[in-house]
Structure formats: structure tokens, C-alpha cells
Design a protein around this ligand. Sequence first.
Ligand code: ZN
Ligand code: ZN
Length: 96
Amino acid sequence: MEENGRGETLCKVCGDKASGKHYGVPSCDGCRGFFKRSIRRNLDYVCKENGRCIVDVSRRNQCQACRFTKCLQVNMKRDGTFYRPLRDIDSLYSQL
Ligand SMILES: [Zn+2]
Ligand SMILES: [Zn+2]
């Protein structure tokens, strides 16, 4: 976990206080969860403002398309599992 010595690393997506490094990028729990949901469900968001929305703490929930774009811009990575997290495979096995 990267911090500045005061525990005040900021989320690179929305600027909220980061809870740690997620997907390779300091980010808050909100953006981490959002990114995780997005890649797990392979969601395709559409922006109503041509991708020009501002993503910050107060507006991050207003446009999922721009929030997801911002996640990618700050270099969040999909854990190398490409849309199929291990947990999904585990649950498949448990059903057999
Ligand atoms: Zn955030
Ligand atoms: Zn937008």
C-alpha cells in the first residue's frame, strides 16, 4: 500500500480518500467496487454527454460511462483474468 506518511493517499479516479491499491491503482472502496462490478459483468456504459462528465467525489455516481473510462485512464487493470474471475470458476465447481 502506498501512502504519503499520513495515510492520505487519494483515489486516482474520483479524488476520495483511497483505501489502498486496487487493480494496481490507489483508489477508494467505491471505485474499486464499481470497477470490479463493471469488469465482472462486462458492462457497456453509455455516456449522455459525449464522455465529458466530471468524475469527482460528489459526481462519480452520475455517469458510469465516464467513471469507467476514468478507471481505465488511470490504468486500472483487470487482474489478468479477463472477465472470468477465479471466484466464478469456484462457484461453478461447487455446483457440480
Ligand atoms: Zn474513487
Ligand atoms: Zn459521462
